[in-house]
Design a protein around this ligand. Sequence first.
Ligand code: PLP
Length: 401
Amino acid sequence: TSRFEGVTMAPPDPILGVSEAFRSDTNELKLNLGVGAYRTEELQPYVLNVVKKAEKLMLERGENKEYLPIEGLAAFNKVTAELLLGADNPAIQQGRVSTVQGLSGTGSLRLAAAFIQRYFPDSKVLISSPTWGNHKNIFNDARVPWSEYRYFDPRTVGLDFEGMIADIKAAPDGSFVLLHGCAHNPTGIDPTPEQWEKIADVIQEKNHIPFFDVAYQGFASGSLDEDASSVRLFVKRGLELLVAQSYSKNLGLYAERIGAINVVCSSSDTAARVKSQLKRLARPMYSNPPVHGARVVANVVGDPNLFDEWKQEMELMAGRIKNVRQRLYENLSQKDKSGKDWSFVLKQIGMFSYTGLNKAQSDNMTDKWHIYMTKDGRISLAGLSLSKCEYLADAIIDSFH
Ligand code: PLP
C-alpha cells in the first residue's frame, strides 16, 4: 500500500483537459477549438517573425543565464508598463506604478491574489459570471473570497449591464472588482466606452479597487492602444488599481510564461512599498522569474522597428480571426433554416465565440463531430480555418436542433 492512498484522482482541467482528449482522437476531421491559442490558416502553431528576430539578436549578443532580480528584468518591466498605460502616462512619469514580472497572466494574477490575501484579508473579489475558469481556482487556492457579478445575458446574447452595475453596487464597499480589459473570456462581449465610464463611476462611488486582467491587448481590435483604453480610463481618473498582463497571446509566447502585475498607486512612496511586498511574496513561491521571454518582450517592445513590425503581425492575426468569424457567421445564417439570429457571432470580439451551446449540445459537438471545445459552449476561433467553417457550422446547427 502507498502512503498516498488517500490521494484521489483530480478531474481533468476544463480547458487544458480538452486538448488531452483531442490528442487521443484519431478521426481526421477532428478540430481543437478548446484552448485559446492562435493557429495559422493551416492550423499550425505560429511563432511571430518579430520573436524570431529578437531571439536571433539575443543569441548574437550571447546573453547569460544569471538569475534575474525577484521583480524581474528591469527593461521588461519598464516597457510593459509603458505598453499598457502609454509611455507619457502621468502615473508612470510620477513613479506611481509598481511593476513586477510574473509567470505570465496566471502567475501575475496569483501573485496579486496572494497580495490581496495578505493585505486585504477581509475583502472579497467580484468576478464576472461567467469568467475564465481559472479565475476561481486562483482565488480559491490563494484563499481569497470571491462572488460573482452578472455579466452575460443569454436572452440578448449580450452584456447584462444593468445587472452588472447593480451587483457591483450591492457588494461591500472596498471590494476588488476583476474586469477583463478587453476581449472578455469566454463571452467576447466588452462594455462600450460609455459603459466603462459608468462602471468607473460606480467603482469610485463604492471605493472599490479595480483589478484588470489584460490577456489580449492588441488581439481584440488589432490596436494595442485601443485595447488598453479601459485601463487607461480608470488610471486617468486617479484611481488606484491592479493590472495583470500576459504576452501569451499577443506575442505568441505561451510557453515562455511572460507577463506582469502592475499596481498603480496614489504616490511613488506607496508604489515602492507595494513593490517590496510583492517581491517578498514572490521569493518563497518561485524565487525569481524566467529570463528568456522577458528579453524577447524587451527587445520587441523596446525597439521602434520591431515594435512596428509586431503591430503589423498582430493586425494580421486579429484580421485572420475576424475573417474566420465572418465566414462562420455566413455559413451559419445561410445553412440554418430555423430563423435563428446568428449576428451575435459578429458582435463578439477577440479569440472566442460564445455560442450558447449547452453542455449536452457541446458533448454532441465532440462525440458526433469530433469538435473539441469547453463545455460552456465557448469555441476558439483562433483554432479555426476558413476551410473548416462550413463543417463547424453544420456541427453547430446539428447540435442546436
Ligand atoms: N486571463 C484570461 C482572461 C485568459 O483568457 C488567460 C489565458 O487564456 C489568462 C489570463 C492567462 O494566460 P497565461 O497564463 O498563459 O498568460
